[in-house]
Design a protein around this ligand. Sequence first.
Ligand code: DGL
Length: 270
Amino acid sequence: MNSQHPIGVFDSGVGGLTVLRALVQLLPRESFIYVGDTARVPYGSKSPEAVKRFSLEIAGFFRRKKVKMMVAACNTASALALPDLRAFMPVSVIGVIEPGARAALASTRSGRVGVIGTEATVNSRAYEMALKRLDKNVRVFARACPLFVPLVEEGWLNHDVTRRVANAYLKPLLKHKIDALVLGCTHYPLLKSVLGRVAGSVELIDSADETAKAVRSRLEQDGLLRHGRRKGRLVYFSSDDPASFARRGSRFMGGPLVRVRRIRLEGIDG
Ligand code: DGL
């Protein structure tokens, strides 16, 4: 393994591109292989066993590609599959939960933190445990917001319906007087403007930037940071139609996606 090898980043679909975008911004010399499991999205309503199995299949692909690090950009996969991925991979595996928890604790003054995510993420209590590991006095109020992912996928980022849904989801959390809200799902950073209007002065915590910093410091620790002038290479794989992945993904990546290929995963393709 050396610094020239790529970093493997995966998500259930296109949402994890918000994390990839932050990674590319912070680490422009690194090469990345992104896998979006669009054939099996969403992970957020699946059982822990299914999410673990899907994540391990993608890890198998990354092992064959000899990645130097693996990043679970998906909050649901980070919440449910991290220990299995770490046991399976011969390289460091970074998830988004711990970096998000750190960012929330750096921001809160009252020690009352809200967390929103998919049902699977919230049921796992992974954010709560990560927050309490870092600060045992923090109070955590979590809520699953299952309608947000389809609304973002539909492109209804500023739609009236989205505002009403956001109101219904967030109002009970705001009653707990939180002053930081973790956007514990890849899709939620795209709703920042709607969520910000509902949440008022509550700080919205996007774990993407913090995850990118965690990746950089782990690369430094592992002696695998890529130096030099050349920009890294980006290659995308999707488990369903690459053209549709490229089309929907550009909104998350903030620009067109080139080099999108089809990945054949065991569980899907036999
Ligand atoms: N990527 C997922 C997450 O961050 C959201 C979409 C899904 O449910 O698969 O939790």
